[in-house]
Design a protein around this ligand. Structure first.
Ligand code: NDP
Length: 327
């Protein structure tokens, strides 16, 4: 079935400026970390991507190692690019990253110039693209000079392989250092991608302030704590065993589940589902520019889009949420 995007796709909500740059992102962006590898039917993936774009989500976030297995998400996305999205390439904001383990040997991980340049080229080939809109250093590398890592990002921009660049999971201090190097080089380092959700607000202790001072954008990953901040585990945690996300299983403690149940009561009082409140909370004033969601169905996507109907919180609600999160 050939794809024609919905004509009203830009009429749902406003786009948010990434720091002081000209780049604008939708409030919700779609990440392909987990549900777009060879673990899910291609047709389901395709349906989710089409539905996202029809609803104004024009930012798709990938990385070299997304799958499972590592690399398969970019390959599947490349097939969808060729089949569905080629006519819309100029409208799309597509990102990729390198920094975690990808191939054997010392130059298949972390942040050397050798790894970043080779990996970006490999990602472009897999995704059937000439360039990505954002290329990220996926994590700080303590054993490579930061000048080298940021210099590699700069080279990718000059080669025309990346339009903007970003960093992911860098501390506030390392972020400030990266920005200083990028400024010297004239590199458009415009965005930071940190983990951030109600149960994991580490960015509020320095990083968000640094990003504001440096006029950079923030795009939050694991906004729903991989599904913990949804209705899914309110009754039973058995569901997760089938999925096998180990990093999620570790979070399913009685302490966290008690918090989740109490947060769900706050959400209900606001007339939102827990997932909707968790996403809205990240989009409140002064927090994230965009929120990177994962979804395994269009139903989840629709529920999550519903979050945009109310992203305002009273002081009392914010205080209650913070109190529950702190335990
Ligand atoms: P979330 O915290 O949003 O978790 C997504 C998962 O939550 C879904 O896969 C689904 O689980 C469940 N879910 C989503 N919506 C609902 C709903 N309405 N009701 C019930 N369950 C729901 O994000 P992810 O952890 O998946 O990360 C999002 C993106 O962030 C990634 O795809 C990636 O792009 C980025 N990321 C970046 C990292 C980095 O180092 N830079 C690291 C991790 C993620 P299920 O699949 O079980 O149905």
């Amino acid at each position: 079935r050939p794809y024609t995007a919905a004509a009203d796709r830009y009429e749902h909500y406003g786009y948010r400026r990434v720091g002081d740059s000209g780049l604008r992102l939708p409030p919700l962006s779609l990440g392909l970390w987990w549900n777009f590898g060879d673990n899910r039917p291609f047709d389901t993936q395709r349906e989710i991507l089409r539905h996202a774009f029809d609803n104004g989500i024009n930012h798709f976030d990938l990385a070299n190692n997304y799958g499972p297995p590592a690399g398969s998400a970019e390959e599947n996305f490349g097939r969808m690019m060729a089949k569905d999205f080629k006519p819309y390439r100029n409208e799309l904001v597509i990102s990729s990253k390198a920094g975690y383990d990808m191939w054997p040997g010392p130059h298949g991980t972390f942040g050397s110039r050798k790894y970043l340049l080779a990996s970006c080229e490999a990602s472009l080939q897999k995704m059937n693209l000439d360039y990505v809109d954002i290329f990220y250093s996926h994590r700080f590398d303590p054993k490579t000079p930061l000048e080298e890592t940021i210099g590699a990002l700069d080279t990718l921009v000059r080669q025309g392989k990346a339009t903007y660049v970003g960093i992911s999971s860098y501390s506030a201090e390392r972020t400030a250092e990266a920005v200083a190097i990028a400024k010297d080089l004239g590199t458009p380092l415009v965005i930071h991608q940190p983990s951030y959700n109600i149960l994991n607000p580490w960015v509020e202790h320095g990083l968000l302030q640094t990003l504001q001072e440096e006029r950079m954008g923030a795009i939050a990953f694991t906004p729903l704590a991989q599904g913990l901040l949804t209705d899914k585990y309110l009754e039973t945690t058995d569901v997760v065993r089938q999925g096998g996300r180990r990093s999620l299983e570790a979070q399913l403690t009685e302490e966290n589940l008690t918090k989740v149940r109490r947060l769900n009561e706050v959400a209900q009082k606001r007339g939102q589902s827990l997932a909707q409140m968790a996403l809205a909370w990240l989009l409140r004033d002064g927090a994230a520019t965009s929120v990177l969601i994962g979804a395994s169905s269009t139903k989840q996507l629709d529920e999550n889009l519903g979050a945009l109907e109310n992203v305002d919180f009273t002081e009392a609600e914010l205080a209650e949420i913070a109190k529950i999160a702190q335990g």
